[in-house]
Design a protein around this ligand. Sequence first.
Ligand code: SF4
Length: 175
Amino acid sequence: MTAGQWNDLFRLTAEPPEVNLCQYGSGCFGCCGENYGKKEDVWEGLERNTQEFHDYRRYSQLIAFRDRYGPAQRTNCGLCPNVIMMDNGKLGCPLHPQLNLGMDLRMGFCNNSYFCGTYRNYLAWEEGKRQRFIAFLARKKLDWYDYSNGMINGTLRKEFERLEKNPLRRWFGLE
Ligand code: SF4
């Protein structure tokens, strides 16, 4: 995503959120593919991507890594072949501009301006509601697979919104 696109996105909000949902917990692969397989299959794809990334990294071949299967390819489990387990232990994309001095190496390989509905809603909420959503996520203690699926299919947001509307939420310690 370019700096201009980030600015457009954050224009929706009074101020940028403190927590980046794409990197919350173990990170998110939700919009980095489609028709995902079972958890074991996605994990296998992730391990393979990560191993291949390290193989190319030895020779400083980030572009060759990206191009190894051609544009818009998917692994059998539905995951983009560029999603890896980063050195910080989170899922992520090594082509992201934040990791490449502002250069977006994803261009032509994915819809790099895309944000899921959950994230777009989150950006439009006031800060207090955002914080309650983060507390809600923390209570859920989801793993990387369930978190990613819950973000992209909107189920986490819907569950949270139902709780928000519940007048008894204070009684349940949800504030
Ligand atoms: S599904 Fe949403 S939270 Fe997950 S990486 Fe995509 S935009 Fe970020």
